[in-house]
Design a protein around this ligand. Sequence first.
Ligand code: ADP
Ligand code: MG
Length: 292
Amino acid sequence: ATPTSIMVGTGRGAELGVLFRKGEALQSLKDARVVALDKTGTLTEGKPTLTDLETTGGHARNNVLALIASVEVKSEHPIARAIVEAAEADGLKLSDLTRFESVTGYGVSADVGGRHVEVGADRFMEKLGLDVGAFATIAARLADEGKSPLYAAVEGELAAIIAVADPIKPSTPEAIRALHDLGLKVAMITGDNRRTADAIARQLGIDEVVAEVLPDGKVEAVRALKRQHGGLAYVGDGINDAPALAEADVGIAIGTGTDIAIEAADVVLMSGSLKGVPNAIALSKATIRNIR
Ligand code: ADP
Ligand code: MG
């Protein structure tokens, strides 16, 4: 591409709210065959709310909610904020905690008022040697509704199943349709539950799902999708998306996301809207066509 056409394309991108940090990105985006999207904060708002909480073992709902919220106060995960906000909305009093521990990609634990409390994904409970089978039917229903099931244990015994739901961004369905119209495959990479991820993918017409990925597994997922499809653009917003953004042929960060993701990206979408992704690809195709 000529420097002039790149300059014109970059300027047009700026008008569309798409910042090309590197000139090569404008040239290489046209070769993308698959767009891999992070789920939380990219396809979704990244602001989950607590939707369900069912207890077992004679625990009262509010006691369990107060205990887990007391633990989540210390966590920075969006799920943690959902739980703390739900407890506060119900006027529950949080207690002091000791021995807080966060296991990235699994969950959190702490002692609250002398009781050991653990909150996290099913694989966290498995790690702790707890069987969540008693909640299998409820968990399946919640996941099929696109909600993320989590579990709480008190004193080493399963105490509750919890669900959080993170709304899909209004721009997401349209952006996915536009990517399909451009002839691209759309994949989703997430640390969330497989069944939840499948339900969301079905709802959005996403072609491929890589679920239950541990934070450092996103790069491996990107490599596998590249091998399978060829040119790959990765879209993400979080700290743990940075390696995947760097590994992709073109890394696209959500401008409302973390600085670390933006730094690792070739392209930045100035708004949270995902429409910038098909816009950027269409622009790349148009720019390169013009100079031939
Ligand atoms: P994602 O960005 O998809 O949520 P993470 O790797 O951050 O991926 O987390 C994977 C899973 O671990 C979450 O979906 C959740 O089930 C569990 N988890 C992580 N952090 C917490 C937390 N603070 N409280 C409860 N569960 C958590
Ligand atoms: Mg994210």
